[in-house]
Design a protein around this ligand. Sequence first.
Ligand SMILES: Nc1ncnc2c1ncn2[C@@H]1O[C@H](COP(=O)(O)OP(=O)(O)OP(=O)(O)O)[C@@H](O)[C@H]1O
Ligand SMILES: [Mg+2]
Length: 352
Amino acid sequence: MSLLRKEWMAREPDFPWLEAGDVAGLESVLGELGWLKPGERVRSAECAGEGNMNLTLRVITSERSFVLKQARPWVEKYPEIAAPWERSCVEQAFYARVAEFPAVADRMPHIFGQSESARIIVMEDFVDARDLTSLYKGDHLDDEELHILASYLRALHVATEDSPTPPLENREMRALNHEHIYVVPLDSENGLELDGYEPGLEDAARRLQADEEFRAAVASTGERYLADARHLVHGDYFPGSWLRTAGGIRIIDPEFAFFGDPELDVACATAHLALAGRPRADAERLIDVYASGTGAPVLDAARLARYAAIEVVRRLIGVAQLPIAATRGERAALLARARNAMLGARHEALWP
Ligand SMILES: Nc1ncnc2c1ncn2[C@@H]1O[C@H](COP(=O)(O)OP(=O)(O)OP(=O)(O)O)[C@@H](O)[C@H]1O
Ligand SMILES: [Mg+2]
């Protein structure tokens, strides 16, 4: 057990620390929270899917199944790395905030129970769901799916235009993300070994890291990311947060949400379509559908392009790598296009 984890568990002995497989512990915690029906027994609790940050379990009881997500003050996959514990409160506040808007809430899991003190969310289990990281392996979105992804975002942004209030300022998660997106990828001393993804990628990263014009554009985009704005954004709108279910696409995991620029979410989706090798037409369709609906915020094209460009860069030469097969030259070529997209402030430049 990591030291960090041990220390926290000793410091907070009354916190309901949960684990996969701990059926008795789960039954007692869920019972205390009043979330089990009379006579309902917990049968199993195994990992719900690929995730890094949190403990995410599929709980099967004598009557039903649900997904339970608990945040701890560390990264679940790397328990020696600390992570903001309040992220669960942000995720809970997000679900509470959008609950009254069917165009948003109906595209997300229904929430059965939330506890801020236990940092637990219990939600609908999309039993048959597959996340769309399959896009990085040649899968594609059909037109209806692109439509859903765009209309969900528009509905979210339109419904939530407001001023930031805690916990939806989400400062700690934003600071963490800022470091991973805007700082680490451009740090030539970051120690990341990139040539395993593509021979020569390390050299390409060095060149970009030495590019002062590019660094300045990234720094100002990063400042913008840290500034408050007026729309509730999902904050991590990429294929890992998109589930394909029999009922259509569903969106999960708003732990990086905050009141920011609506361009951020549209840009993130755009960046990942480029990273997945999808045609530019997919991104244009997404942007068009977003913009054509009633009340949609007018997107600043330059801001969208810059957010998209840095998302591409950080996924190619930063820590949070994607499950894209080893390449020969494609990553360096996309990295060069991302530089052009950043400096020209045109998302179109992400495509050849
Ligand atoms: N409501 C749900 N129904 C079905 N499966 C789910 C549900 N919520 C989460 N999962 C599964 O659990 C995985 C992890 O969930 P989630 O992304 O919310 O956790 P996380 O710890 O925040 O992950 P990450 O580190 O990627 O941010 C998902 O990729 C999915 O496979
Ligand atoms: Mg997450």
